[in-house]
Design a protein around this ligand. Structure first.
Ligand code: NI
Length: 390
């Protein structure tokens, strides 16, 4: 079987690179992936043996029904690009000004097309179903995954795999994380309402700058003072705006912030503590506040048993030295919502190549991937899929 897979990978490898370059050249922003989805749809239809559909305006789903009954495995790739002006100079740079595949989703999509190409040719050996989810809008809240779930993409699914390129891992390495892998990402917008006046008479005012500064300072006490320092948590105030002139105490101050965590409890406690701090500090100084706390993506929690199968697959294909045990990442991913529906694993594919200048971080204007990693991602996806369905 593996010899056959190797042969199919050899055959599809060039196509995967061509697909990736086409996608790289024509990036589209979240929820606007119209041409991308059309391209993916047409490519999948040409493969044969797949039931291809469009669950939402800019997403694509393909179902491969095996020759024997069995479990349902979903494989997911995200397809959207970012508002970044590309600074690379290869001949397939972005043709769309100010938009770039700076997070490698072009590679994810191309790898999943390659995986679909191979598995569709192995239909007679597949038990159950492989469901390919080409998801729109990972980069922009509320994200595309929940729309796909609402459209029924996860119905009957027993397990799910997703992958992300990782430029700080060299090509050939695969990053594995058990349990909490990526953080939940929440935000807040707040307004502190004081009472403005003349700067020379602060005692007639309620100074929202002074009160706001206390709020910022106190929010820093949540990590390690309100919550266990061993818990993984970030609370950052990222904007603070107030005032117009030297001699005016302003009426209001506005603030925004970002909260990252892994456990549901910690997430809830942090949200409550933020409200308590705004409430207590403003009350103490005669100010008032409004706080809009926005729950973003949930945390990505990899299932131990499925992650073990993925890890064993990597070891079997490339040896133990290919596995990199990674620590959790504070970034967010809407893959998390699929994992609320079925157990699964989100795995990281090394795409860095220092010698060839391919090690810029994701979201950088010169980010790119070592295309040698594409066949590795395809091989891992195909092999892990076959194991999970067996
Ligand atoms: Ni990404």
């Amino acid at each position: 079987m593996m010899a056959k897979v190797d042969k199919l990978i050899d055959q599809v490898q060039e196509n995967v690179i061509t697909w990736r370059r086409h996608l790289h050249k024509h990036p589209e922003l979240s929820f606007q992936e119209e041409k991308t989805a059309q391209f993916v749809y047409e490519t999948l239809c040409a493969l044969g043996n797949l039931e291809v559909s469009r669950p939402t305006k800019t997403s694509v789903m393909a179902r491969l029904i095996g020759s024997q009954p069995g479990k349902v495995l979903a494989l997911r790739a995200d397809m959207d690009a970012l508002a970044v002006q590309e600074e690379n100079d290869f001949d397939f740079v972005s043709q769309n000004p100010g938009i770039m595949h700076a997070c490698g989703h072009d590679g994810h999509t191309a790898m999943l097309l390659g995986t679909a190409s191979i598995l569709s040719q192995l239909q007679d050996q597949i038990q159950g179903e492989v469901r390919f989810l080409f998801q729109h809008a990972e980069e922009l809240f509320p994200g595309g995954s929940r729309e796909l779930i609402r459209a029924g993409a996860m119905s009957g699914v027993d397990s799910i795999l997703g992958l992300h390129v990782m430029s700080h891992l060299p090509t050939g390495k695969i990053g594995i994380i058990y349990g909490p892998a990526m953080a939940s990402s929440d935000t807040f917008d707040a307004i502190i309402q004081g009472r403005g006046g003349h700067a020379s008479q602060p005692h007639f005012t309620v100074d929202p700058v002074a009160v706001g500064a206390q709020v910022v300072t106190n929010l820093q006490h949540i990590v390690s003072r309100s919550l266990d320092p061993l818990e993984k948590l970030v609370v950052s105030v990222t904007t603070f705006h107030s005032g117009t002139a030297n001699n005016i105490i302003p009426d209001t101050a506005t603030m925004q912030g970002s909260i990252r965590s892994f456990s549901k409890d910690v997430r809830q406690q942090a949200a409550e503590q933020i409200d308590k701090i705004f409430s207590g500090i403003t009350a103490a100084h005669g100010a008032s506040y409004t706080l809009d706390y926005h729950y973003g993506y949930d945390s990505v929690n990899n299932d131990a048993a499925i992650t073990k199968i993925v890890e064993e697959t990597v070891e079997q294909l490339w040896g133990k030295e290919a596995v990199v045990a990674m620590t959790p990442l504070m970034g967010g991913e809407d893959f998390s919502f699929y994992l609320n529906e079925a157990p699964g694993c989100f795995v990281f594919i090394g795409t860095g190549n220092q010698e060839q200048g391919m090690a810029y971080p994701i979201h950088h204007p010169r980010f790119t991937i070592d295309e040698a990693s594409l066949a590795i991602g395809v091989k891992l996806s195909v092999s892990a899929a076959l194991r999970l369905l067996d």
